[in-house]
Unconditional design. Sequence first.
Length: 166
Amino acid sequence: MRFDVVQRTQEDTSVIPSRLRPHKNIPESAAVRTRNISLDLLTDPADPSIPFWAFDQRGWNDDFFIAKPKLGDVEIWSFKNALNNANDYHVIHLHLVHFRILDRTKNGVTRAPRLYERGLKDSLFIGVGETVRVITKFTPNKGKYVMHCHVLEHEDHDMMTQFEVV
């Protein structure tokens, strides 16, 4: 692949607004439920030497939905990574929605998201031994969507599930 930067063929007339549209945070009180989701490391029953990562003790299953939120509902999802190996961090990606990180808890200490974490997200870093809570509104469409870990070794070893907006 190659990108060639060339002279403009016309003048750039775009204007950056002096004020961007503000984003309104969804208050926690708007949530109709909280879902607790564990991030797990299991072994393949057919070959215990093969690890696989999972959501709530389950690898991928075409017929299983980890959640079925209603269209328009606001929910808090709490992701718990109880693993203690330094390599067991996760980067969780949800399709369809953008979410806001509410807080992070590790070793019993809860803290607010860092400045760079305060905007809307579609992916989330979850460190070893950490629980992270996010809030989202399930819009704009009904349907089946996936959630998975963006660490390829984890994704390739079953750390993928689905949710259905009903």
